[in-house]
Structure formats: structure tokens, C-alpha cells
Design a protein around this ligand. Structure first.
Ligand code: C2E
Ligand code: MG
Ligand code: MG
Length: 853
């Protein structure tokens, strides 16, 4: 027969079998190999010869022995097994996963004679599959764990203790079930008491809880266990019955029915706080690496949560303690952030302060005070943050009934990096204290009877208004007040004082302030201005007082004695001015009262010496103790001598050298000055030819004249006669008068000056700027020269105000054709400055000292 493919001969396929890449094998019913192909040998690592000495069981992998045996048995029994999977072991001991078909051949009587099988090596495929599965599992696990942890522990730390413990147990349950154990727990190590206790436990249904028995177990019972945990290692016992019977761990675990156990420590920064464990009670549970990892994760997680819970508990505990302590304080304590949101207030705060209205947000500081106070507080806080300097701050806040004054001490707390954490404020209710303080301050600075300032209040107000410059310090005393008191009674006396206070206040109005400094003495500060006229002041005062008591029983003859001085805070102290005013008042009183006296330098002098000086004049004149010195006056630009000033000198045998600064004021008080002036004028007129010869024919000679002399009747006539007698040219002699002269009737003075000038004398206004002089004198008085006082010259280099003043005086003088002379030039720098200011005469020690002829 011609078969298309030739005659079928199975032996022809022997090559195919032999060269197949599949593993092909035949074995007899005992399992002894009858045939293996080359692939089989190559893959399993045996030679054919070796293979034929083996049985199938020799190549079964231990994991697969039971499975392989059962397949073999089924095949020999004639049952179909379909496609099978099995695991072989190579000669070198490696695992080989295979997949294939196996069947058996029977003899004619139907008994199995051998099995035959073809397998494919699926080791790589299996490994890949396993990897995939592992990966899939890990993904599932981590996802599930993640979800578990977040659901179990969200906000756990904010729960109360019972709920928190329940959540922990939930976590143990979830993890325990996840790894199929029936008990999971946490133990805490107490290395101070050397004990460990079960804090949380979960048991599967039907498993006996053990937590009550597992408290305070001494650590020295289980040293190895503890040491492993402290070293950061797990304790894993897959079968506790493999432990020796006397082993303490076994003795503890066995009664609990534990078969397998895995525990891992809870570690932070190398310190072991306890451990977490899984137990299997119902069956043995060999723990895998992944289960260990899961337990480790649980351990980390629990440690975190427990630690957070502990910190939060500590914090709320300290907060409760703080609240308790703070509530017992009488101070108002609060904490707030940079935006003034309150995070804490103590009981005193709540009981003392109240929000402005019910709608207000009680958790914001601004609710407790008005806008202005709140702004002040915020400014204060900003300052505090900038400077770090805590400062006490008094602001008002809303109390339950009234507005309160609270003294706040605010402190700032910061984080490690310096950022502001919050503010703590401790407040004191000082409302009463402040009222009292204000009252005390008021009392300290006010007179209780009149409500006027007292001496201290006066002094304080004066210092506060120092910047406003010079002022008149006026001291008043009611004449014979003690007598009034005796006759009319002290109630009337009080009324007089009160009324006087009112009248003084209205006289002074906003130009100054009034005080009562002792029983019937008042002190007034009146801003110095050009309109000040002392007599007018006294007259107005008396007039008003008389008017206010008109028709009553109060005497109409009420009078005042007044003394005053000019107080320039930049030049002298208040004490000095006060003393000057006292002396002036004394002088007014001594003159018989109902008078107003300005302070004069002589008032300072010792009474005895004043007497001696006064008495010494006549004798001094007789004994020729007086002489004249002359100080030159020169042009500041050309240096030409323009005149000399006659300055009297007294070398008293009795009193020694007495300067004109001392004797002139004393003599000026009485007629003595007439004598001296007569002597001076005689002396100068006599010296004049010699002076002209020495200093120049066209020089002018100045003679100082006291107001008293000038105002003397017939003086002008007398002087003129003297000039004529000495044959002195007109306009050669200049008379230096001081501004006190203008304290008299200005018209009278001006008429006098006119007649003197008509008689051929020149008039110079001396010491201008040292006293009460006003620029209006330059405008209204008949004068030829103004001598600007040394006290101004002294300060022109250092004080801009004085320079401006000097310049103004010069300009005004020149505008009225009055020659300015600057006195007291002592330094080159002064002279240089004066040269820059213009062309005028100067006088001073720098240029010439007074000298004898
Ligand atoms: P005064 O009229 O202002 O005279 C200028 C005074 O200043 C003089 O003092 C003079 O020596 C002094 N003096 C001048 N240049 C300088 C200077 O550069 N530095 C300093 N520290 N002082 C300087 P003195 O001689 O002691 O006279 C004092 C006052 O006595 C005079 O001031 C004048 O008001 C008065 N006086 C002097 N002699 C008589 C007189 O015969 N009759 C009258 N009524 N008064 C006289
Ligand atoms: Mg003079
Ligand atoms: Mg002078």
C-alpha cells in the first residue's frame, strides 16, 4: 500500500522524543525510571545512566511529595488526572516547577505496567507569577493598612480616654484579623518598677481574654525576652511546645493556650517603651516576614498615637492645672495671639470684664474695650514684639457696671525659631487705686480751700511750661490779712482767699496760672508780653476785689502787696526766681504795703552790709575813696575808638573794694545816689579835656545814671548848667539810663528825655535785653543809643535764639536811627560774628578793660 506518508513506524519518532525540549519520562509501577529523555537529564542534572537508578520519589521536591504521590497513585489506578503541576528537585537540590501530562499503560490483563509523562519546565513562569502575586498582595495590604490606620485613628488623640482605648482595640482587631491570629495586644514596660503590664488587648470570639492576668509581670522573670526587645529585636516563637518545659516564657504562655507568638518592640530613639504582639491560640501559626513587617508597622503607628495621646493628655492636664491655679488668682489673666484672639481667660478676667454688648465676640480682646484703648494695646503689642521689652500699660476696659482702669503687663512667648507664639497678659484692676492716686496727686498739687495750685503744683506747672520761655513771677500777699481774720472771722477770711483766687484766675486767664502758696500768699506766673504793666495789674486786682465785696461786710480797704521778678528758665533756676519774687514782695511790704515792687539786684544784699555801704558814702566821698575808670567803646569794623564809659570805683578803707554792682543798687534806694551822681558828673566833666586828649577829640563820654537821679526835679537844668560851666560841647556827653526808668509814667519820662536832649546831651538805653525792656521802647522813647546787654552777647555763639534776638534788636534800632552798642564782647569769635552782623560799636574786655586816666 502506498501510504502518502509512508508506513507508520513508532520507532521513527524515537528521535523526536529524545530531542524534544519537554521533559519526558517513563517509570514502572514501583516508580523506578525506565526511560528519561535528554531534556529531562539536562534539566534535572543527571546522566541517563544515573537516572535509570532513581525512582520518581527521588526527584519529587519535599513540598510536592504528597501531591506527586497522590497523582502517581491516581494514574496507576487508571484515573485521569489531566494537566498536572508538580515540583521536582534537581540533582544540585534546586526546585524545578513543572507542568504536563501523565498517564499509564496497562498489560493485557489490565494491570498497570508503567507510567509515562511529559513535563514543561515552568520554574521561571512560577517565579514570575509568585512575584506578581506578592506584589499584588503587598499593594492590597498596604492599601488596606493605610485605610485601616487612617479610619481607626483619625483624631484619636482628641477623644476621651475610653473612646481612645476602644480605637486602639479596633486597630488591634483589624490587624489581628488581617494576619489571621486570634489575639493582639500591647504591653507597656516600666523600667523603674521593672514590670510590664498588658494595656490593650483584642481577642477573637471564643478566645479567652488574658489582660487581667497579665498585669505587673516582673521583668526579671523573662530577661531574655526583655533584652531582645530592648535591643530592638522581635520575639517569634512558632511553636511554644518546642521551648523547654521549665522555660518561663513557656510557663506564662502555655496556661493561656498560646501556640504561636510574635512580638515586636515599640522603640523611639533607641528607647523601648513596650511591645506589640500577635498570638495564635486555636492553631499553630508560623509567622512570615510580611507578618513581622505588618506588626512592626503597627508598633510604629501605635507608638506614635500613644505618644501623641500622652502629650495631649499632659497638655490638657497642665492646662487644667493652669486653669485651676489661674482661677484662684485675683489678677486678670489671658492668653491671646497676634490678632488678639483669646485662647484663655481666667475666672477673675471673666468676672471682672464684660464685652461691650451681647453680640460681641467673647473670644476677641477688642470686645472688652473701646477702640482707642484697643489701638493703644495693639501698638503696645507691636512695640513688645519689636523691642522685647515688657512694659506696664494702663488702659480702660468694660467692667460689669463701670469702665475700669486695668494695668496690663503683657509678655510675649516665642517658638525656638523666635517666631511669636502668643501673648500672656496679667492685668490688675487699678480703678480704685487710680482714683485714689489721682486724688492724692490732686491733693499734693492743689490748695484745698481755693482749689488753686499749691506751691508744688505751681512749680510743676512752671516746669511743664518751661518751653514757653520767660514769664513774670508775681508774688502777692493780702495786707494785714491776720487782722482781717481776727475782726471778721476765719469764714470771711476764707471767702476773701477764695474770691482773690477767682479774680487772679480771671485776670491771668490763659496767659498763665495762679497758685496759693501759703495762708494769704499767692503766686502767679504770667507769660511775659509787651503789655505788662505792674501798677495796672495791681490796680485791676484791687478794683475787682473791692467790686466783688461791694455792699457786704468785707472791708473796702483790702489791699495787696506784690513783688515780682522776671523768670527765664533757660537762664536761672526757679528757686532763684522764687527767692527774688519773695524779696520783691518783702520790699513792697516794707514800703508800707498796697504796692507792687519789681525785684532789684540790691534786694539780694545782706542788710548789714547794705547799711554799711549806705553809711559809707559820705565818708568815702570826703576821703576821696571814689575814682573813675574809663572803658573804651569802638567801632567793630574800623577799630576806631568812638567813646568811653565812665565806671565808678570805690576803694573803701572800711569795707575794702566795693564794686558798682553792689554800691549802686544800695545808693539808688536813697538820696545817696544823688551825691554819687553829682560826684560822677563832676568827675567826668573835669576829666573831659584829658579824655579827649587821650582817646580823640570827637569821642563821646558816657555816664551811667540811676533812674532816681534822672527823675529828680530840676536835674535836667542842673546838668545843663554844669555843662556850660565846664564848657563842654553839646552832644559830647551821653547819659546811660536803664529800663527801670520806664516803669514810671512814660509820658513824663519822655518829656524829661526831650528836655535833656534839648540841653545837648545824648541818651543811651543801657543793659537792654536783661530785664523787662520791650522793643517798643526803641520805637517810642527818645534815645540815641541802645546798649545790648552782656547776657545776650554771652549766648550768641551757642544759642540761635539769642542770635536771632540780637539781630532783630540791631535791625530795629537802626530802623529808628538808634545806634546799637554790643556790650561784654570777650572773645574773637564773638567779635567776628558781630562783624558779620553789621557795622556798629562794641565794648568789652576783649578790646579794652576799664582803666584809669
Ligand atoms: P554797665 O553800665 O552795663 O557797665 C558795664 C559793666 O560791664 C561794667 O561793670 C564793666 O566793667 C563791665 N564790662 C565791660 N565789658 C565787659 C566784658 O567784656 N566782660 C565783663 N564780664 N564785664 C564787662 P562795672 O564797672 O562793675 O559796673 C557795673 C554797673 O554799675 C554798670 O553797668 C552800671 O550800671 C553801674 N555803674 C557803674 N558806675 C556807675 C556810676 O558812676 N553811676 C551809676 N549810676 N551807675 C554806675
Ligand atoms: Mg553803662
Ligand atoms: Mg550795661
Amino acid at each position: 500500500m502506498n501510504e502518502p506518508y509512508g508506513v507508520f513506524d513508532p520507532s521513527q519518532f524515537a528521535d523526536l522524543v529524545e530531542q524534544s525540549s519537554d521533559l519526558i519520562q517513563c517509570a514502572d509501577k514501583n516508580g523506578d525510571f525506565l526511560y528519561v529523555n535528554q531534556s529531562w537529564c539536562n534539566t534535572l542534572g543527571y546522566t541517563k545512566k544515573e537516572a535509570l537508578t532513581l525512582t520518581v520519589e527521588d526527584v519529587f521536591h519535599p513540598d510536592s511529595v504528597a501531591h506527586c504521590k497522590s497523582i502517581f497513585k491516581r494514574v496507576l489506578a487508571g484515573l485521569s488526572v489531566g494537566e498536572v503541576e508538580a515540583a521536582f528537585i534537581t540533582k544540585s537540590g534546586e526546585r524545578l516547577d513543572v507542568q504536563g501530562y501523565i498517564d499509564s499503560k496497562w498489560d493485557d490483563s489490565g494491570n498497570p505496567c508503567y507510567t509515562r509523562a511529559t513535563f514543561r519546565d515552568i520554574t521561571d513562569k512560577k517565579r514570575l507569577e509568585k512575584q506578581n502575586e506578592d506584589f499584588r498582595l503587598r499593594l492590597v495590604e498596604s492599601n488596606e493598612l493605610h485605610q485601616l490606620l487612617s479610619t481607626v485613628m483619625t483624631n484619636a488623640v482628641e477623644l476621651d480616654n475610653r473612646e481612645f482605648d476602644d480605637r486602639i482595640t479596633d486597630a488591634l482587631r483589624a490587624f489581628g484579623r488581617f494576619v489571621s491570629v486570634d489575639r493582639a495586644y500591647i504591653f507597656h514596660y516600666d523600667f523603674i518598677l521593672d514590670m510590664t503590664s498588658n494595656t490593650h488587648e483584642w481577642c477573637e470570639e471564643g478566645i479567652e481574654p488574658q489582660i487581667d492576668q497579665l498585669q505587673k509581670i516582673p521583668l526579671n522573670d523573662i530577661p531574655d525576652w526583655v533584652n531582645r526587645h530592648r535591643a530592638g529585636e522581635e520575639v517569634m516563637i512558632n511553636n511554644i511546645y518546642l521551648l523547654p518545659e521549665h522555660d518561663r516564657v513557656r510557663q506564662i504562655l502555655e496556661p493561656q493556650g498560646v501556640k504561636s507568638i510574635l512580638t515586636v518592640p515599640m522603640m523611639r530613639k533607641g528607647i523601648c517603651f513596650g511591645f506589640v504582639g500577635f498570638e495564635s491560640v486555636s492553631d499553630y501559626h508560623p509567622f512570615s516576614e510580611i507578618e513581622k513587617k505588618i506588626l512592626l508597622q503597627l508598633s510604629h503607628f501605635l507608638l506614635n498615637v500613644l505618644e501623641r495621646k500622652r502629650i495631649s493628655d499632659d497638655l490638657s492636664h497642665s492646662n487644667r492645672q493652669l486653669q485651676t491655679i489661674m482661677d484662684s488668682q485675683s489678677e486678670l489673666v489671658c492668653k491671646f495671639d497676634r490678632d488678639c484672639n483669646l485662647s484663655f481667660t481666667n475666672r477673675a478676667f471673666q468676672q471682672t470684664l464684660q464685652a461691650k454688648s451681647e453680640e460681641q465676640d467673647l473670644s476677641h480682646l477688642s470686645s472688652y474695650m473701646d477702640e482707642e484703648s484697643f489701638e493703644t494695646l495693639k501698638e503696645h503689642i507691636n512695640m513688645l514684639v519689636e523691642t522685647g521689652q515688657p512694659k506696664t500699660l494702663r488702659i480702660s476696659a468694660y467692667g460689669h457696671a463701670d469702665t475700669l482702669i486695668i494695668e496690663w503687663n503683657v509678655y510675649v512667648t516665642r517658638y525656638h525659631d523666635g517666631a511669636v507664639s502668643e501673648f500672656i497678659s496679667v492685668g490688675y484692676d487699678v480703678t480704685e487705686k487710680e482714683k485714689l492716686e489721682n486724688q492724692l496727686v490732686y491733693m499734693a498739687y492743689h490748695d484745698q480751700l481755693t482749689g488753686l495750685l499749691n506751691r508744688y503744683g505751681f512749680e510743676r506747672s512752671l516746669l511743664e511750661s518751661e518751653s514757653s520761655g520767660a514769664c513774670h513771677l508775681i508774688m502777692l500777699d493780702i495786707d494785714d490779712f491776720s487782722m482781717l481774720n481776727t475782726i471778721y472771722g476765719s469764714a470771711t477770711g476764707d471767702n476773701i482767699l477764695i474770691e482773690t483766687g477767682h479774680i487772679l484766675n480771671s485776670l491771668v486767664s490763659s496767659n498763665g496760672f495762679v497758685s496759693r502758696i501759703s495762708s494769704d500768699e499767692f503766686m502767679v506766673c504770667l507769660n511775659s508780653n509787651d503789655l505788662w504793666h505792674d501798677q495796672h495789674f495791681l490796680n485791676s486786682l484791687e478794683e475787682r476785689v473791692h467790686h466783688s465785696f461791694e455792699g457786704g461786710s468785707i472791708p473796702q480797704f483790702l489791699h495787696f502787696s506784690v513783688g515780682y521778678t522776671l523768670f527765664d528758665p533757660s537762664a536761672h533756676s526757679f528757686e532763684k526766681a522764687y527767692h527774688e519774687a519773695t524779696l520783691a514782695l518783702k520790699s513792697a511790704k516794707e514800703s508800707g504795703g498796697a504796692a507792687i515792687h519789681a525785684y532789684m539786684n540790691w534786694m539780694y544784699l545782706d542788710l548789714q552790709r547794705i547799711n554799711d555801704i549806705q553809711k559809707g558814702l559820705r565818708n568815702g566821698l570826703k576821703e576821696n575813696e571814689f575814682r573813675m575808670e574809663y572803658q573804651q567803646k569802638m567801632n567793630n569794623t574800623s577799630g576806631k575808638v568812638t567813646g568811653v564809659e565812665a565806671l565808678a570805683r570805690w576803694e573803701s578803707k572800711l569795707l575794702g573794694n566795693v564794686g558798682p554792682g553792689e554800691f549802686i543798687p544800695v545808693f539808688s534806694k536813697s538820696e545817696a545816689i544823688d551825691l554819687l551822681s553829682e560826684w560822677s558828673i563832676n568827675r567826668v566833666f573835669h576829666d573831659l579835656p584829658e579824655l579827649k586828649a587821650k582817646y580823640g577829640a570827637d569821642i563821646k563820654v558816657s555816664i551811667n545814671l540811676s533812674p532816681r537821679v534822672l527823675l529828680k526835679k530840676d536835674f535836667s537844668q542842673w546838668l545843663n548848667n554844669m555843662r556850660k560851666r565846664h564848657k563842654i560841647d553839646r552832644d559830647t556827653v551821653m547819659l546811660e539810663i536803664t529800663e527801670d526808668v520806664f516803669l514810671e509814667d512814660l509820658n513824663l519820662v519822655n518829656n524829661l528825655l526831650r528836655s535833656i536832649r534839648d540841653n545837648g546831651f545824648l541818651i543811651s538805653l543801657d543793659d537792654f535785653g536783661s530785664g523787662y525792656a520791650s522793643l517798643s521802647y526803641l520805637q517810642n522813647m527818645l534815645i540815641d543809643e541802645v546798649k545790648i546787654d552782656k547776657s545776650i552777647t554771652d549766648q550768641v555763639l551757642t544759642n540761635d535764639k539769642h542770635l536771632v534776638l540780637l539781630n532783630a534788636i540791631i535791625k530795629i534800632a537802626e530802623a529808628f536811627h538808634i545806634a546799637p552798642v554790643i556790650e561784654g564782647v570777650e572773645s574773637e569769635n564773638q567779635l567776628k560774628l558781630l562783624q558779620e552782623l553789621g557795622d556798629f560799636d562794641v565794648q568789652g574786655y576783649l578790646l579794652h578793660r576799664p582803666e584809669r586816666l
